[in-house]
Design a protein around this ligand. Sequence first.
Ligand SMILES: NC(=O)C1=CN([C@@H]2O[C@H](COP(=O)(O)OP(=O)(O)OC[C@H]3O[C@@H](n4cnc5c(N)ncnc54)[C@H](O)[C@@H]3O)[C@@H](O)[C@H]2O)C=CC1
Ligand SMILES: CCCC(=O)O
Length: 480
Amino acid sequence: MHHAPLVIGGKTLAEASDGIGESRDPSTGEVIGTFARAGLTEVDQVVAAARHAFDNGPWTRMRPFERGRILRRIGELMLERRDDIARLESRDSGKPLRDAYWEVDCSARFFEYYAGVADKQHGTSIPLGRGIVDWTVKDAIGVSLQIIPWNYPFQLIARGVAPALTAGCAVVIKPASDTPLSAYEFLKICQEAGLPDGQVNLVNGRGSLIGDALARHRGVDQITFTGSVPTGQRVLEAAASHAIPCNMELGGKSPQILFADADMEKALPIIAGGFLTHAGQVCNAGTRLLVERKAHDDIVSRLHDHIRKINIGRALDDPDMGPVINAGHKAEVEGFYELAESEGQLLMGGNLPLEAGLAGGAFVRPALVTGISNTARIAREEVFGPILSVIPFDTAEEAVAIANDSDFGLVAGVHTASIDHAMHMAQDLRVGQVWVNSFGIGLDVEFPFGGYKLSGFGREKGLEAIGAYQQIKNVCVRFG
Ligand SMILES: NC(=O)C1=CN([C@@H]2O[C@H](COP(=O)(O)OP(=O)(O)OC[C@H]3O[C@@H](n4cnc5c(N)ncnc54)[C@H](O)[C@@H]3O)[C@@H](O)[C@H]2O)C=CC1
Ligand SMILES: CCCC(=O)O
C-alpha cells in the first residue's frame, strides 16, 4: 500500500492536521493508497517554506546553467523509474498503462526541454540615446502555487513545475484528492536530483479548504490551475483578493471538422482517439464532430463499428479504454447518456467488463450522439467522458460558425485533403491550437498550449510558458 506524505521545506511528514485520506483504483474501487491530508496549519507552513527557499535559498542565486543540470537530472530519473511511476499512475488514475507510460515520458521531456532553456533567459537592451543605458531583466516571480487535477497528475505537475523552476521560482504543489500518489514520487526525484529543500513542496488535501486558503495566501505570488471552469473561477476570485496573476487551463468542447474530401481511413482512428483517450477525460478531447453532410452517414457507420470493438477493462491490463475516475463521475457521464437520448439518437459501443473483481470499477461505454444541432446541451457542455456529438454542415463557412459557437475555445482538429479548407480553418477558428489531419497529444512539449474564452488564458508548454513565472524588471542608467 502506498502512502503519500506531505513534503514541506525538505521534511517528509507522514501525518497532517486533516487526517489521512484514501485513494482508490477506479478499475476496481479498491483502496490502493493513503495520503496525509493537510489542513490550514500546513498551509501556513508550506507557504513559509517555499517563501524561505525563494527569498534565502540557493536556487535563485545559482547560475542558470547549474539549475539546468539539476532539471535535466530530474528528467533522467523519471525515465529510470518509468515502470514504477507508470504502473502507479495507471492504477491511481485509471488510464490504460500505455497512456501512463506516455505520461511519464512526456514529463521527462518537460524537464529535458526546460533544462536547455534555463541559461537562455536574456533580457533586452533598449536604445535611449547617448548617456543612457537601459535594459530589462527577467526576474523569477516568486512562489508559484500549482493546483493539479486528477486526469494527468504526474504530467501536469511536470508541465507547470519545470518552467517555474527554470525561471527561478519556488513551488507549492496541491494535487487532486482522487490521484494523490504520484506527486510524492515526483518530490522524491526532485530531492534525489539535488533540488534544494523547500524549492518544491507538496501538500495533498481538500481543494475547498487548502486549495482556497493557498490561493488566498499573501505568500503566494502566482497560480497555475488546471481543472473545471467553476473551480477555476473560484481560484481567480481568491487570486484577485491579493491581485496575483494566474495561468488558467480550463475545459473544452473541442470540434473535429471532417470534410468529405478527407482520407476517411486515416481520419477515423484520429477522430476516435480524440474523444476516447483516457475515457474522454482530457481537457482538449475532441468531443464535437462537425462533418460535411455528404460524409455524415459513412463516418457515423465507420465510427459505430469502431467503438463497438473497443475493449474496456482494468487500466493495468492496458485495454483500449479504462474506467472514469470514480463512481460519482460515472453517474455524471451516465446522466449525459440520458440527456443525449432525449436530444437525439444515442449509439453505444464497447463491452463493459463484468468479471469478478471489476464489478466495483467506474466503467462507462463510448457513445455517439447523432440527430442533434449545435444548440443541444450535449453539444455544448463538457462531459469529461467518451461521448462524441456528431453535427452535419454544408459549407466551410458554416463549419467555422458552428465550431466557434461555443463557450470554449481550447483546440480544434481539421480533416481534409484541401489546403484551402485547412488554411481557412486555421485562420478563422477561435481556439488556442488547430491540428490539421491530426489531433491530440504527443510528446510535443515544444509548442504552446492554452485556450480562448472559457477554456482559460495563459500558455503552458514551449517557450511561452516561462513568461508566467517571470517579472520583467527595467533598469535605466544615466551616465556621464
Ligand atoms: N481541464 C481539465 O483538464 C480538467 C477538467 N475537469 C472538469 O472538472 C470536473 C470536476 O472535476 P474536479 O476534480 O471536481 O475538478 P476541480 O476543477 O474541482 O479540481 C481541480 C483541482 O482544484 C482543486 N480545488 C477544488 N476546489 C478548489 C478551490 N475552491 N480552490 C482551490 N482549489 C480547489 C481540487 O482539489 C483539484 O486539485 C470534471 O468532471 C471535468 O469536467 C477536471 C479535471 C481536469
Ligand atoms: C494532456 C492534457 C491534459 C489536460 O490538460 O487535460
